[in-house]
Design a binder for this molecule. Structure first.
Ligand code: ADP
Ligand code: MG
Length: 684
């Protein structure tokens, strides 16, 4: 057996079990061992019946004093009896457990471990585990793993299989250099893996966790740094000379660039004309004006005789950027650029033509979606790749684009303001520029959280705004009605809304299930002011720019993360007019209310992201689908920042001595880094 042994080859794993494990993402022994417990059950000393508290899981040592009753309630067979100790008596019930009949004999003594609940006014213990006193001796004080389950897969089944693998696999050779382990007193890897599943006590668990957290951070940082080394070493084969055209464009814009925009633009200009290849992340809150920076970079590339590509996550956004670029060219008389739009919705014939134009260099500004990284696209002199709203793209996809021909400069634009600790991990391979200034004249968006009873007022507000020539968005979490899910859907909502609003107000829908062409048409009409109200899902979350829209209503606001809500409300407040965002939610949960209230009281994207991180965990940022890097399984970015720092320092020290981890003593470590990326790739 090795790490990659498929589960199926283990004793006791048949086709059915294999499928169940697949559901929770486990196909190999390695993945099984990395499936760490969600929490642990501690088997405490038995308590007296009289002191057993309601709603707690406890162990009691009792004698069966009652007879055994069997009861059938619908398809549930219930066994009940009474147990007693010197402090009192307690009814106990089991469900569908006929096999216990032989065991539960009057007069016998057992340890019962289960939850105390109140039923018809009386306390009872429900469905306890049963141990002989000797068997309980063995587990008392130990911590039993509790795993995240899926239907059909029991905790026992997972526990058993993990134990089997731990007991039969060959031990791994340690890959961390000794001096690092000694410096931070880190446990051995084999111990850590075994103990995270089966800790003997709390101290052991903490020791195991410390090692695993350190490893996760160290490998992560090493992996990212190794990527960076590669790009930094690369010479600039697309050196660009600064040109007048970009200066003229800046002069001719209908607004003045903010200082932050100017600074970032100059950083990029310097990078592109420098000796090394650019790898830069531009972070700026929604509405800070990142698009124009991207356009300027593309013009500079074209003026220097090169191609550039701008890749975005949705067709709606691709279209918007393409139209925006055409408009800029027209208004400013730019002659060096020959743009093209490439998205998945182009017909096969159109695509062939576009590919041909790209390959021949007939076009030099290419704007599109994932379609840009299809194998068939061959670029000519591709000097610069820009990804907008990058958190929607995997790092690997970026790589796919970068590995054709000479590597191009990379510019990443993100509106997800992420705390610095995260930025280092996610984007450690990039230099970071921050646009920390919104255009002047912007009025802050007014926010409120209200219940559904407020809807009539919201609608009449929309009506008034439309009558003054403005437009509105309404966001619903779902596309159409779905069984069992109690949330508003775009399709029905739009109908209802149209009935409530006067006929002359034009309501349309937009969602991800529509054909790309339909989506574009709706979006173009909305932009052109031929529609007044757009009822949409979060497809408009990223990047959409219609400055005339001043109202945003979000239904079932409780269903969205704060960062998503912040992006959504960023769709309004883009022009000079007063805008507002109305969050509608009937949710009574205190944490939810607090979250929404927080959002209303801040307009700072960084503060919002920090709040989300601290209160909901890093899941939003670390879903591996979003960035293509492996997930952190034990490390916690809030709790473990100190370890992160230490791991960063160690990674730096290691690479200073051995930049490619090529020395024999680092071989095992380097393999481990590779393994990390191999699994991350497989998950995408
Ligand atoms: P984001 O950073 O969210 O991508 P955009 O680039 O879409 O923002 O810009 C938002 C809006 O602000 C656009 O309508 C754009 O024309 C406008 N804009 C950009 N820069 C400025 C500026 N310096 N002053 C005024 N308006 C600006
Ligand atoms: Mg944008």
């Amino acid at each position: 057996m090795n790490d990659k042994t498929p589960l199926r080859e283990l004793k006791g794993v048949g086709e059915k079990t294999e499928k169940l494990f697949q559901k929770i993402g486990i196909t190999t022994t390695e993945e099984l061992l990395r499936y760490y417990p969600r929490t642990y059950d501690v088997y405490e000393e038995p308590v007296e019946i009289a002191s057993a508290e309601e709603e707690k899981t406890v162990s009691i040592r009792g004698t069966i004093t009652g007879s055994l009753y069997s009861n059938q309630v619908r398809n549930l067979q219930i066994l009940t009896t009474t147990v007693a100790d010197q402090s009192g008596r307690l009814p106990v019930a089991w469900f569908n457990a006929p096999y216990l009949k032989g065991t539960l004999k009057k007069g016998s003594v057992f340890i019962f471990r289960g939850k105390i609940i109140r039923k018809k006014g009386r306390l009872q213990m429900e469905h306890p585990e049963i141990f002989t006193p000797a068997a309980y001796e063995e587990v008392v004080h130990s911590m039993q793993p509790v795993y995240a389950l899926t239907k059909g897969l029991t905790n026992k089944a997972i526990t058993k299989l993990v134990r089997q693998v731990l007991d039969t696999r060959p031990l791994k050779t340690e890959y961390l250099p000794d001096e690092i382990r000694e410096r931070y007193q880190l446990a051995d890897d084999n111990f850590a893996i075994r103990t995270i599943h089966f800790p003997g006590n709390m101290q052991e668990l903490l020791t195991a966790r410390k090692r695993l957290v350190f490893d996760e951070f160290l490998l992560f940082v090493l992996a990212v740094q190794l990527l960076k080394e590669k790009t930094e070493e690369a010479p600039n084969t697309f050196s660009m000379k600064p040109v007048w055209t970009t200066e003229e464009i800046i002069e001719g814009l209908p607004y003045e660039l903010t200082n932050a925009q100017k600074n970032v633009w100059h950083e990029i200009e310097r990078d592109l004309s420098g000796h090394k290849l650019m790898s830069r992340l531009v972070q700026g809150d929604v509405g800070s004006g990142k698009t124009v920076i991207a356009f300027l970079s593309m013009v500079l590339s074209a003026e220097n005789g090169f191609q550039s590509a701008l890749m975005v996550p949705t067709e709606v956004l691709a279209n918007q950027h393409y139209e925006g670029f055409l408009k800029l060219m027209e208004e400013q008389n730019i002659t060096s650029c020959r743009p093209v739009l490439l998205t998945g919705s182009a017909t096969a014939k159109q695509k062939r033509e576009i590919y041909q134009k790209i390959a021949s260099g007939e076009v030099n500004v290419i704007i599109g979606t994932h379609a840009l990284i299809q194998e068939k696209v061959e670029y000519k002199n591709l000097s610069l790749v820009i990804t907008d709203e990058q958190h929607r793209f995997g790092v690997r996809q970026r790589e796919a684009l970068t590995t054709r021909g000479n590597p191009p400069h990379v510019l990443v634009m993100s509106a997800t303001p992420i705390p610095r600790t995260l930025a280092i991990i996610l984007y450690g391979d990039l230099d970071i520029s921050i646009i920390d200034e919104l255009p002047a004249k912007r009025l802050p968006v007014k926010n409120c959280v209200v219940g559904t009873s407020y809807r009539p007022k919201a609608y009449s507000f929309i009506e008034k705004q439309v009558q003054t020539g403005r437009q509105a968005y309404v966001i619903c979490p779902m596309v159409e009605e779905s069984e069992g899910l109690d949330a508003e859907n775009v399709t029905d909502y739009a109908k209802k809304l149209q009935e409530v609003l006067p006929d002359e107000i034009r309501v349309e829908i937009l969602h991800g299930k529509m054909k790309p062409k339909e989506k574009d048409e709706v979006m173009l009409k909305f932009k052109a002011g031929e529609l007044d109200v757009l009822v949409s899902t979060t497809v408009i979350e990223v990047g959409v720019d219609v400055p005339n829209a001043t109202v945003m209503v979000i239904e079932n606001a409780e269903r969205f993360g704060l960062s998503a809500l912040h992006q959504l409300r960023g769709r309004v407040g883009r022009g000079a007019a007063d805008s507002c965002c109305i969050l509608i939610s009937d949710n009574e949960n205190d944490a939810v209310k607090e979250r929404l209230r927080f959002l209303c009281h801040t307009s700072d994207g960084f503060a919002v992201a920090k709040y989300d991180l601290e209160n909901r965990g890093p899941g939003d940022f670390f879903g591996s689908a979003q960035h293509g890097l492996p997930t952190l399984r034990v490390a916690d970015l809030v709790q473990d920042t100190r370890t992160l720092k230490v791991a960063q320092e160690e990674a730096k020290a290691l690479l200073a001595v051995d930049p490619n981890l090529a020395m024999p003593q680092h071989r095992a470590l380097s393999d481990e880094v590779d393994r990390l990326f191999a699994t991350a790739g497989a998950m995408n």
